[in-house]
Design a protein around this ligand. Sequence first.
Ligand code: NAP
Length: 258
Amino acid sequence: MDLGIKGRRALVTAASKGLGRGCAEALAEAGVDLVINARGAEALEATAEALRAKGVSVTAIAADITTPEGRAKVLEAAGPVDILVTNAGGPPPGMWHDWSRDDFIRALDANMLTPIALMQALMPGMIDRGWGRVVNITSNSVKSPIAQLGLSNSARAGLTGFVAGTARQVAPMGVTINNLLPGIHDTDRADALDRGVSSAEGLTMAEARDKRAATIPARRYGTAAEFGAMCAFLCSAHAGFIVGQNISLDGGAHNATI
Ligand code: NAP
Protein backbone atom coordinates (compact mmCIF):
# COMPACT_ATOMS: atom_id res chain seq x y z
CA MET A 1 0.00 0.00 0.00
CA ASP A 2 1.27 3.49 -0.87
CA LEU A 3 0.96 5.43 2.39
CA GLY A 4 0.81 8.73 0.50
CA ILE A 5 3.45 10.47 2.65
CA LYS A 6 6.54 10.23 0.41
CA GLY A 7 8.54 13.47 0.75
CA ARG A 8 6.94 14.43 4.07
CA ARG A 9 9.22 15.23 7.01
CA ALA A 10 9.05 13.56 10.42
CA LEU A 11 10.64 13.89 13.85
CA VAL A 12 10.90 10.61 15.77
CA THR A 13 12.34 11.00 19.27
CA ALA A 14 14.12 8.21 21.20
CA ALA A 15 14.61 6.36 17.93
CA SER A 16 18.04 4.70 17.93
CA LYS A 17 16.61 1.37 19.15
CA GLY A 18 13.43 -0.51 19.86
CA LEU A 19 9.96 0.81 19.09
CA GLY A 20 11.09 4.33 18.13
CA ARG A 21 13.51 2.85 15.61
CA GLY A 22 10.73 0.58 14.32
CA CYS A 23 8.60 3.67 13.63
CA ALA A 24 11.51 5.49 11.95
CA GLU A 25 12.22 2.48 9.72
CA ALA A 26 8.61 2.15 8.57
CA LEU A 27 8.40 5.89 7.88
CA ALA A 28 11.66 5.73 5.90
CA GLU A 29 10.23 2.86 3.86
CA ALA A 30 7.25 5.12 3.08
CA GLY A 31 9.71 7.75 1.74
CA VAL A 32 9.56 10.14 4.71
CA ASP A 33 12.63 12.29 5.46
CA LEU A 34 13.60 11.99 9.10
CA VAL A 35 15.02 13.76 12.10
CA ILE A 36 15.79 11.16 14.76
CA ASN A 37 17.05 11.51 18.29
CA ALA A 38 18.49 9.52 21.20
CA ARG A 39 21.05 10.27 23.92
CA GLY A 40 23.82 7.90 22.80
CA ALA A 41 25.47 9.28 19.65
CA GLU A 42 27.04 6.03 18.45
CA ALA A 43 23.90 3.87 18.24
CA LEU A 44 21.98 6.87 16.89
CA GLU A 45 24.43 7.42 14.04
CA ALA A 46 24.40 3.69 13.19
CA THR A 47 20.60 3.80 12.98
CA ALA A 48 20.73 6.97 10.87
CA GLU A 49 23.09 5.24 8.42
CA ALA A 50 20.75 2.23 8.15
CA LEU A 51 17.80 4.56 7.49
CA ARG A 52 19.70 6.57 4.85
CA ALA A 53 20.22 3.29 2.98
CA LYS A 54 16.44 3.32 2.40
CA GLY A 55 16.90 6.46 0.25
CA VAL A 56 15.63 9.18 2.59
CA SER A 57 17.43 12.09 4.23
CA VAL A 58 18.15 11.59 7.94
CA THR A 59 19.38 14.12 10.51
CA ALA A 60 20.49 12.60 13.81
CA ILE A 61 20.55 14.73 16.97
CA ALA A 62 22.07 13.26 20.12
CA ALA A 63 20.27 14.79 23.12
CA ASP A 64 18.17 13.94 26.15
CA ILE A 65 14.67 14.71 24.89
CA THR A 66 13.33 14.93 28.46
CA THR A 67 15.35 18.10 29.21
CA PRO A 68 14.47 21.61 28.00
CA GLU A 69 18.01 21.96 26.52
CA GLY A 70 17.75 18.63 24.71
CA ARG A 71 14.34 19.49 23.28
CA ALA A 72 15.56 22.93 22.13
CA LYS A 73 18.47 21.30 20.26
CA VAL A 74 16.21 18.72 18.59
CA LEU A 75 13.49 21.24 17.69
CA GLU A 76 16.02 23.65 16.19
CA ALA A 77 17.41 20.91 13.95
CA ALA A 78 13.96 19.61 13.08
CA GLY A 79 12.41 22.88 11.93
CA PRO A 80 8.89 22.44 10.56
CA VAL A 81 7.79 18.80 10.41
CA ASP A 82 4.59 17.18 9.13
CA ILE A 83 4.81 14.14 11.39
CA LEU A 84 5.80 13.85 15.06
CA VAL A 85 6.34 10.52 16.81
CA THR A 86 7.03 11.05 20.51
CA ASN A 87 8.91 8.49 22.55
CA ALA A 88 11.31 8.37 25.53
CA GLY A 89 12.60 5.71 27.87
CA GLY A 90 10.11 4.39 30.42
CA PRO A 91 10.43 5.00 34.20
CA PRO A 92 12.00 2.28 36.38
CA PRO A 93 9.86 -0.32 38.19
CA GLY A 94 9.40 -0.14 41.97
CA MET A 95 6.92 -0.14 44.84
CA TRP A 96 4.19 2.44 45.43
CA HIS A 97 5.43 3.31 48.95
CA ASP A 98 8.99 4.07 47.82
CA TRP A 99 8.38 6.72 45.16
CA SER A 100 9.24 10.28 46.14
CA ARG A 101 7.93 13.52 44.70
CA ASP A 102 11.17 13.78 42.67
CA ASP A 103 10.58 10.30 41.19
CA PHE A 104 7.10 11.36 40.09
CA ILE A 105 8.36 14.67 38.65
CA ARG A 106 11.02 12.81 36.63
CA ALA A 107 8.40 10.39 35.25
CA LEU A 108 5.97 13.20 34.46
CA ASP A 109 8.74 15.17 32.73
CA ALA A 110 9.77 12.21 30.59
CA ASN A 111 6.48 10.55 29.70
CA MET A 112 3.87 13.31 29.94
CA LEU A 113 5.33 16.82 29.78
CA THR A 114 7.97 16.06 27.11
CA PRO A 115 5.47 14.79 24.50
CA ILE A 116 3.16 17.69 25.39
CA ALA A 117 6.00 20.21 24.92
CA LEU A 118 6.88 18.68 21.54
CA MET A 119 3.24 18.87 20.42
CA GLN A 120 3.00 22.48 21.60
CA ALA A 121 6.14 23.35 19.62
CA LEU A 122 5.30 21.54 16.37
CA MET A 123 1.52 21.44 15.99
CA PRO A 124 1.08 25.20 15.32
CA GLY A 125 3.10 24.75 12.09
CA MET A 126 1.07 21.67 11.14
CA ILE A 127 -2.14 23.65 11.74
CA ASP A 128 -0.88 26.55 9.58
CA ARG A 129 -0.11 24.10 6.77
CA GLY A 130 -3.43 22.27 7.22
CA TRP A 131 -1.95 18.79 7.66
CA GLY A 132 -0.17 16.93 10.43
CA ARG A 133 0.14 13.62 12.21
CA VAL A 134 1.17 12.98 15.81
CA VAL A 135 1.66 9.52 17.28
CA ASN A 136 2.65 9.17 20.93
CA ILE A 137 4.20 5.90 22.04
CA THR A 138 2.62 5.28 25.45
CA SER A 139 1.94 1.84 26.96
CA ASN A 140 -0.72 -0.81 27.34
CA SER A 141 -0.41 0.02 31.06
CA VAL A 142 -2.78 2.92 30.33
CA LYS A 143 -5.54 0.30 29.93
CA SER A 144 -4.18 -2.57 32.05
CA PRO A 145 -2.11 -1.18 34.93
CA ILE A 146 1.21 -2.86 35.70
CA ALA A 147 1.56 -2.32 39.46
CA GLN A 148 5.36 -2.19 39.60
CA LEU A 149 5.33 0.43 36.81
CA GLY A 150 3.20 2.88 38.82
CA LEU A 151 5.35 5.84 37.72
CA SER A 152 4.63 4.94 34.10
CA ASN A 153 0.93 4.26 34.76
CA SER A 154 0.60 7.73 36.32
CA ALA A 155 2.52 9.77 33.77
CA ARG A 156 1.01 8.05 30.73
CA ALA A 157 -2.51 8.41 32.08
CA GLY A 158 -1.88 12.17 32.26
CA LEU A 159 -0.68 12.30 28.65
CA THR A 160 -3.69 10.24 27.56
CA GLY A 161 -6.03 12.76 29.17
CA PHE A 162 -4.28 15.67 27.42
CA VAL A 163 -4.48 13.93 24.04
CA ALA A 164 -8.16 13.03 24.45
CA GLY A 165 -9.20 16.69 24.55
CA THR A 166 -6.51 18.22 22.35
CA ALA A 167 -6.98 15.73 19.49
CA ARG A 168 -10.54 17.03 19.12
CA GLN A 169 -9.34 20.65 19.11
CA VAL A 170 -6.78 20.20 16.31
CA ALA A 171 -8.71 17.72 14.14
CA PRO A 172 -10.66 20.50 12.34
CA MET A 173 -7.30 21.88 11.11
CA GLY A 174 -6.21 18.59 9.52
CA VAL A 175 -3.98 17.44 12.38
CA THR A 176 -4.54 14.05 14.02
CA ILE A 177 -3.15 12.89 17.36
CA ASN A 178 -3.30 9.24 18.39
CA ASN A 179 -1.53 7.09 20.96
CA LEU A 180 0.02 3.70 20.25
CA LEU A 181 0.02 1.41 23.29
CA PRO A 182 2.70 -1.27 23.21
CA GLY A 183 2.16 -4.47 25.09
CA ILE A 184 5.26 -6.61 25.53
CA HIS A 185 7.69 -6.15 22.63
CA ASP A 186 11.05 -7.69 21.95
CA THR A 187 13.34 -4.73 22.77
CA ASP A 188 16.09 -3.79 25.26
CA ARG A 189 13.36 -2.43 27.55
CA ALA A 190 11.63 -5.85 27.62
CA ASP A 191 15.01 -7.47 28.35
CA ALA A 192 15.54 -5.11 31.29
CA LEU A 193 12.11 -5.97 32.73
CA ASP A 194 12.76 -9.70 32.20
CA ARG A 195 16.09 -9.34 34.03
CA GLY A 196 14.17 -7.85 36.98
CA VAL A 197 11.73 -10.80 37.04
CA SER A 198 14.61 -13.24 36.60
CA SER A 199 16.52 -11.93 39.63
CA ALA A 200 13.42 -11.35 41.80
CA GLU A 201 12.02 -14.85 41.19
CA GLY A 202 15.25 -16.83 40.71
CA LEU A 203 14.43 -17.73 37.10
CA THR A 204 16.73 -17.90 34.08
CA MET A 205 16.16 -15.20 31.46
CA ALA A 206 14.56 -17.79 29.15
CA GLU A 207 12.19 -18.89 31.93
CA ALA A 208 11.29 -15.29 32.76
CA ARG A 209 10.57 -14.60 29.10
CA ASP A 210 8.50 -17.77 28.62
CA LYS A 211 6.51 -16.88 31.73
CA ARG A 212 5.63 -13.45 30.34
CA ALA A 213 4.95 -14.77 26.82
CA ALA A 214 2.50 -17.29 28.32
CA THR A 215 0.37 -14.35 29.58
CA ILE A 216 -0.13 -13.08 26.01
CA PRO A 217 -2.88 -14.69 23.89
CA ALA A 218 -0.53 -14.52 20.85
CA ARG A 219 2.03 -16.43 23.02
CA ARG A 220 4.95 -14.28 21.86
CA TYR A 221 6.43 -10.82 22.17
CA GLY A 222 5.61 -8.23 19.50
CA THR A 223 8.30 -6.95 17.14
CA ALA A 224 9.48 -3.40 16.50
CA ALA A 225 8.72 -3.91 12.78
CA GLU A 226 5.05 -4.74 13.50
CA PHE A 227 4.85 -1.71 15.79
CA GLY A 228 6.48 0.56 13.20
CA ALA A 229 4.08 -0.56 10.45
CA MET A 230 1.09 0.52 12.55
CA CYS A 231 2.78 3.79 13.43
CA ALA A 232 3.44 4.56 9.75
CA PHE A 233 -0.18 3.77 8.88
CA LEU A 234 -1.40 6.22 11.56
CA CYS A 235 0.92 8.82 9.96
CA SER A 236 -0.35 8.04 6.47
CA ALA A 237 -2.63 9.92 4.11
CA HIS A 238 -5.28 7.25 4.79
CA ALA A 239 -5.54 7.81 8.54
CA GLY A 240 -7.07 11.32 8.64
CA PHE A 241 -10.32 10.06 10.18
CA ILE A 242 -8.56 8.30 13.10
CA VAL A 243 -8.62 10.90 15.87
CA GLY A 244 -7.74 10.67 19.57
CA GLN A 245 -7.54 6.88 19.66
CA ASN A 246 -5.55 4.63 22.00
CA ILE A 247 -4.55 1.63 19.93
CA SER A 248 -3.19 -1.42 21.74
CA LEU A 249 -0.56 -3.54 20.04
CA ASP A 250 -0.41 -6.31 22.61
CA GLY A 251 -1.18 -9.70 21.09
CA GLY A 252 -4.54 -9.66 22.88
CA ALA A 253 -3.08 -9.15 26.35
CA HIS A 254 -5.62 -6.51 27.39
CA ASN A 255 -8.69 -8.62 28.10
CA ALA A 256 -11.69 -6.47 27.16
CA THR A 257 -14.72 -6.76 24.90
CA ILE A 258 -14.32 -3.21 23.59
P1 NAP B 1 14.34 0.60 24.23
O1 NAP B 1 14.47 -0.57 23.34
O2 NAP B 1 15.06 0.63 25.53
O3 NAP B 1 14.75 1.89 23.37
C1 NAP B 1 14.65 3.15 23.93
C2 NAP B 1 15.17 4.18 22.93
O4 NAP B 1 14.91 5.46 23.46
C3 NAP B 1 16.66 4.10 22.67
O5 NAP B 1 16.90 4.52 21.35
C4 NAP B 1 17.20 5.10 23.67
O6 NAP B 1 18.49 5.55 23.27
C5 NAP B 1 16.14 6.19 23.57
N1 NAP B 1 15.99 7.03 24.76
C6 NAP B 1 15.75 6.60 26.03
N2 NAP B 1 15.67 7.66 26.84
C7 NAP B 1 15.85 8.76 26.07
C8 NAP B 1 15.90 10.16 26.35
N3 NAP B 1 15.74 10.62 27.59
N4 NAP B 1 16.11 11.03 25.32
C9 NAP B 1 16.29 10.56 24.06
N5 NAP B 1 16.26 9.25 23.75
C10 NAP B 1 16.05 8.37 24.75
O7 NAP B 1 12.80 0.89 24.62
P2 NAP B 1 11.46 0.40 23.86
O8 NAP B 1 11.14 -0.97 24.30
O9 NAP B 1 11.56 0.72 22.43
O10 NAP B 1 10.39 1.33 24.59
C11 NAP B 1 9.99 2.58 24.06
C12 NAP B 1 8.90 3.14 24.97
O11 NAP B 1 7.79 2.23 24.97
C13 NAP B 1 9.35 3.29 26.43
O12 NAP B 1 8.76 4.43 26.99
C14 NAP B 1 8.77 2.06 27.09
O13 NAP B 1 8.52 2.24 28.46
C15 NAP B 1 7.47 1.88 26.30
N6 NAP B 1 6.98 0.50 26.37
C16 NAP B 1 7.73 -0.52 25.89
C17 NAP B 1 7.23 -1.82 25.98
C18 NAP B 1 8.03 -3.00 25.49
O14 NAP B 1 7.61 -4.16 25.72
N7 NAP B 1 9.13 -2.83 24.79
C19 NAP B 1 5.98 -2.05 26.54
C20 NAP B 1 5.24 -0.98 27.01
C21 NAP B 1 5.76 0.30 26.92
P3 NAP B 1 19.52 6.18 24.38
O15 NAP B 1 19.51 5.27 25.56
O16 NAP B 1 20.83 6.23 23.67
O17 NAP B 1 18.99 7.53 24.69
